[in-house]
Design a protein around this ligand. Structure first.
Ligand code: NOJ
Length: 758
């Protein structure tokens, strides 16, 4: 009896406790507004449109946007920018719609706003979390100055298949690093107070698993078990949610057979119930409508499925706008479900302070103060220099000597349209500094001669496909032979050759998957011809993805990977080539030897038949007949002009109890001739556990600056959560047993110690 009474009170407390939490959380102003809204007006808030003018990312562009806003049929727009234009848009809503609800103004600010940073894969190669947060903060300051209050970023999709063009937009293959970057970007965009006019709503995307399409083909099927999902692919999205991200965008793919935009498990059970997300969820561009092509029914059916599954806002497709009322009448959707979605969108507007002042983001003075300032451009240059990865330094040709005459060649050496990188719709191509300009600006006394040498590709069909947003590949009127001869003549007359080669920007990005990720043939020929001149040759390699460069790597060349470096491209490249900044970037995605090794990533499993440690082929082992298992360049790889030596790896305790941290220390010495920065990386191997462990997983890193000859003790603390993983029941646990700790310069490091979790 006593127990029953006790449980009654416990239940009562839980019931009212939960109720009061919800009651506390609702915003009276929003509730009042909701009580005045018709069903149609609520549905209107769930509609996100793009009036066109900007770059469309789907085949549809919205029509009659102005009339729809007046009629209360639009909750937000994107592709509108500038304080004046945004004010006009808000005016339409405030002055002409019945309830005067301000609009959300969205945009894709993926790597900087007007001040374009390197592509995100490049930014991630800096491993500089504080800098990444600062860059996001600055991008938010610029974008909000131009009237934008909602950013469709960060894109945190883990990608282990470089054929997928959108690997360029994320932070690479690793969930630990990806989670840190996701958190930093959310904090940077949203700041500490969303009502401040220089902060904006962030939108983590694309929930979920968008980076794992079969065969690396964009929008293709994803099929993945839950254990892999939870351990390898979901952490960055969760980190964004834990950091307080205000909105989430769904992905185009299906998950366990249900497209993300109609997936109740994903949007309701995982995102809201397990992770406690309380913002709103927006679809990707027409992804609700695309559920028809996925095979889930007509527009009314898929729209009803989407809202019932937990989707709040419909991007561009207008399935919600045109069918939800009927679904309510047909009893397929409840008005309560629509009210709830509407509430979440209104709450976001409230959080931004838009009800208090709809023109908060329309200050005509701000663009001049905040956009493309000197400070912003110098940050863009800093990030670019820190994103470059030195892949090879043959005969230590780099850094270049200012006394040497340079032959600057290659189709990307003076190609302004290819500097910003994919998906920089808010950047301006004309502002970008080319490599030729960067060298001339920064080193006016160096003798530099320039020749294009080759087309990015000689294939006119490919050129047409990558020129969708304007000319990126310009096939010269001169013949390939003439172009090449010109470059060879320059090379022969110079002391050193710098060849800027690689991919045009739109050879990566959305709907830009490739099945051959090598350097295009026209440029391969150029590189080989240059090497034959016998002149020391440096390849400055631009790309939006890891490339297969085994052949070039085997040549006597040096290689600096610079991604697509953004608006300050040429200045940053010049600084690094001449050693004003010593490269410190590290790869955040593995570089395969050839396409057949894909997917290849550092945290793969050992299998029951591991290949021999020496790499020698063995029958009935997990290896290939024609290629080693190891990649060309490991995750975390990157050289410096100096060298570093690791020693004295220790842990503060050999045995720990559950819940205790472990301090890992190592001595790092700069043994080379230059000051430099090293990214010290810590990998963990859980030797025995209830589900098969990865070979090793990144669990900590630290960027350390060391003067030439200097030695430092570096300490990285492993938290109790770093030892945990999701087991077969999807419980997040640390299991007792031995953990091996590896610390070093990349994921191949063999320097090891151990501790025992009791
Ligand atoms: C489609 C892309 O997948 C998404 O990332 C982007 O935010 C939207 N288009 C809006 O431009």
């Amino acid at each position: 009896m006593i127990n029953i009474v006790k449980y009654f009170w416990v239940l009562l407390f839980v019931f009212f406790g939960t109720f009061s939490i919800r009651a506390q959380k609702t915003i009276p102003q929003v509730e009042t507004l909701l009580s005045q809204m018709t069903l149609e007006e609520k549905i209107g808030q769930l509609n996100l449109l793009t009036p066109g003018g900007g770059i469309a990312t789907g085949s549809v562009v919205s029509k009659n946007v102005e009339d729809k806003i007046k009629a209360g049929k639009v909750g937000g727009v994107f592709g509108v920018a500038g304080p004046e234009k945004v004010k006009q848009a808000q005016d339409i809503a405030i002055k002409n719609s019945r309830l005067k609800i301000p609009l959300l103004i969205g945009s894709d600010i993926i790597h900087g706003y007007k001040t374009t940073y390197p592509i995100p894969l490049g930014v991630s190669s800096s491993w500089d979390i504080a800098l990444i947060e600062k860059a996001a903060r600055l991008a938010a300051k610029e974008a909000t100055a131009d009237g934008i209050n909602w950013n469709f970023s960060p894109m945190v999709d883990i990608a282990r298949d470089p054929r997928w063009g959108r690997i360029a937009e994320g932070a690479g293959e690793d969930p630990y690093l990806g989670a840190k970057i996701a958190e930093a970007m959310v904090k940077g965009y949203q700041g500490t107070d969303l009502t401040q006019p220089n902060t904006m709503l962030a939108c983590v995307k694309h929930l979920a698993l968008y980076g794992a399409p079969e065969a690396g083909r964009d929008y293709h099927t994803v099929d993945m078990g839950k254990v892999k999902m939870y351990n390898q692919y979901l952490p960055p999205y969760k980190a964004a949610v834990d950091a307080g991200v205000a909105t989430v965008m769904t992905s185009f793919n299906d998950i366990d057979g249900v497209p993300a935009s109609g997936n109740q498990w994903l949007m309701t059970h995982l995102l809201r119930e397990q992770w406690g997300f309380d913002g709103f969820v927006v679809s990707d561009y027409t992804s609700v409508n695309e559920m028809i092509a996925h095979g889930l029914g007509d527009l009314q059916a898929v729209s009803a499925q989407a809202i019932n599954a937990g989707l709040d806002m419909d991007m561009v497709g207008e399935g919600f706008l045109t069918t939800l009322k009927k679904s309510v009448e047909d009893g397929k959707v409840t008005e309560a479900q629509i009210t709830q979605a509407c509430r979440r969108i209104l709450e976001a507007k409230y959080k931004l302070g838009l009800f208090e002042d709809p023109y908060r983001y329309s200050d005509a003075k701000r663009p001049a103060q905040d956009i493309l300032t000197k400070e912003n451009r110098s940050l863009a240059k800093e990030i670019a220099t820190k994103s470059f990865v030195l892949l090879k330094n043959h005969n230590e040709v780099l850094p270049l000597k200012q006394t040497a005459n340079v032959a600057l060649v290659g189709p990307l050496a003076h190609s302004r349209n290819n500097m910003l990188g994919t998906w920089a719709p808010t950047g301006e191509l004309k502002l970008a500094v080319t490599v030729l300009e960067g060298l001339n600006n920064n080193f006016p006394n160096v003798s530099i001669s320039y020749a294009k040498g080759a087309n990015i590709t000689d294939d006119p069909e490919l050129a047409k496909k990558v020129n969708v947003f304007g000319p990126r590949v310009q096939v010269s009127d001169q013949s390939p032979e003439t172009l090449m001869n010109e470059a060879i003549n320059l090379a022969q007359a110079s002391d050193v050759v710098v060849a800027v080669v690689g991919e045009a920007t739109e050879m990566s990005g959305e709907a830009a998957s490739r099945t051959d990720i090598s350097i295009p043939e026209s440029q391969k020929k150029l590189i080989n011809a240059l090497v034959k001149t016998g002149k020391p040759t440096v390849l400055v390699l631009m790309s939006g993805r890891p490339l297969t460069i085994q052949e070039e790597f085997d040549l006597p060349v040096s290689i600096l990977q610079v991604w697509h470096p953004g608006v300050e491209a040429g200045n940053a490249i010049a600084e690094v080539l001449y050693g004003n900044y010593n490269p410190s970037g590290k790869l955040t995605a593995t570089w395969p030897r050839n396409i057949g090794q894909i997917p290849i990533y550092h945290s793969a499993k050992r299998t029951g038949r591991p290949a021999s440690v020496t790499g020698e082929f063995q029958k009935f082992k997990s290896n290939y007949l024609d290629t080693p298992n190891t990649p060309l360049l490991a995750f975390g790889y990157g050289l410096s002009y100096t060298t570093f030596e690791y020693s004295n790896l220790t842990v503060d305790k050999r045995e720990i109890k559950q819940g205790e941290p472990v301090e890992v220390s190592v001595t790092l010495k700069n043994t080379g001739d230059y000051d430099g920065v090293e990214v010290v990386q810590l990998y963990l191997r859980d030797v025995v556990r209830s589900i098969t462990p990865p070979k090793k997983q990144l669990k900590g890193f630290q960027k350390v600056f060391l003067k030439k000859g200097e030695t430092k003790k570096v300490t990285i603390t492993l938290s109790p959560d770093d030892l945990k993983f999701y087991n077969n029941n999807l419980e997040f646990v640390a299991e007792p047993g031995i953990f091996e700790v590896f610390v070093g310069t990349n994921s191949d490091t063999q320097l090891k110690t151990v501790f025992d979790l009791k």
